[in-house]
Design a binder for this molecule. Structure first.
Ligand SMILES: NC(=O)c1ccc[n+]([C@@H]2O[C@H](COP(=O)([O-])OP(=O)(O)OC[C@H]3O[C@@H](n4cnc5c(N)ncnc54)[C@H](OP(=O)(O)O)[C@@H]3O)[C@@H](O)[C@H]2O)c1
Length: 248
């Protein structure tokens, strides 16, 4: 018997970890909608996946404008939703003295409020699934801070707390809500840092595996949390950081 493919929305899928997560779901035989803002980039990734024989479609939309529409349009196009992995996020590493209240609020608007609004629109669809799965991508920054990074750190702490809150509220609906907290991964925002020898000396001391993570090393965590094997895993944050946050 062939397994029925699940209907999956992945945000932040134009690049980096969101893209690798979307590819992993598509290559596992699921039907995937990729969201980001850059339409041409999304279309190119989807065309490549379809060329490999997998099901992928692009949904270009800005989550800071209408996050509800992203969940609803993905649900319409897939005929429902079984899995949402929300990886999109922004970063602003300005110091507190330079980051005024408006800039702080605007980052929280994308990283935290839009996450809530996307989830709130997706949850009724996930409740109709046989096994709904919502996975937020947070960060080890939710628990250990690197200065300066006040807005991002606060947004990821809030998202981790939101994960627990939604897990507790919706667990009875055969629906799980979990988070993945990545450590240091080589993606566009930190590619230059990852090539800096001084930073590598820091990595050698701070990360027990003595290297950065690769985006494809995060995707299996999302596949696991969305899988039937994780049916009793709810409200957790799965840390994937090479041991960085385990070390004093
Ligand atoms: N890389 C790391 O070391 C690291 C560490 C800890 C946590 N994380 C978390 O892991 C996730 C992925 O990180 P990454 O490094 O792969 O990110 P990235 O390369 O910076 O990509 C960010 C993604 O978010 C999308 N995005 C941003 N703002 C958006 C908006 N307003 N509407 C729609 N899409 C938007 C971007 O789409 P467009 O480009 O199309 O706008 C892009 O696809 C993020 O949640 C990040 O906080 C990363």
């Amino acid at each position: 018997m062939t397994k029925e493919s699940r209907r999956v929305l992945v945000t932040g899928a134009t690049r980096g970890m969101g893209l690798e997560i979307a590819r992993a779901f598509a290559r596992a035989g699921e039907r995937v909608v990729l969201n980001g803002r850059e339409e041409a980039t999304l279309e190119a990734h989807c065309a490549a996946l379809r060329g490999e024989g997998f099901a992928a479609e692009a949904l270009a939309a800005d989550l800071s404008v209408d996050p509800e529409a992203v969940a609803l349009r993905a649900g319409e196009s897939l005929g429902g939703l079984d899995v949402v992995v929300h990886a999109a996020s922004l970063r602003d590493r300005r110091r507190t003295e330079e980051l005024d209240g408006a800039a702080f609020a605007s980052l929280l608007d994308v990283n935290l409020t839009a996450s809530y609004r996307l989830a709130r629109a997706a949850l009724p669809l996930l409740q109709r699934s046989q096994a709904g799965r919502l996975v937020f991508i947070t960060s080890i920054a939710a628990r250990i801070a690197r200065a300066p990074d006040p807005a991002y750190t606060a947004s990821k702490g809030g998202l981790e707390a939101l994960t627990r809150s939604l897990a507790v509220e919706f667990g009875a609906d055969n629906l799980t809500v979990n988070a993945i907290a990545p450590g240091w991964f080589v993606t566009d925002p930190n590619r230059a840092l990852s090539e800096d020898p001084q930073v590598q000396s820091f990595v050698n001391v701070r990360i027990p595996l003595k290297r950065w993570g690769r985006p494809e090393e995060l995707a299996p965590a999302a596949l696991f949390l969305a899988s039937p094997s994780a049916s009793f895993v709810n409200g957790i944050t799965l840390t994937v950081d090479g041991g960085m946050s385990a070390q004093m």
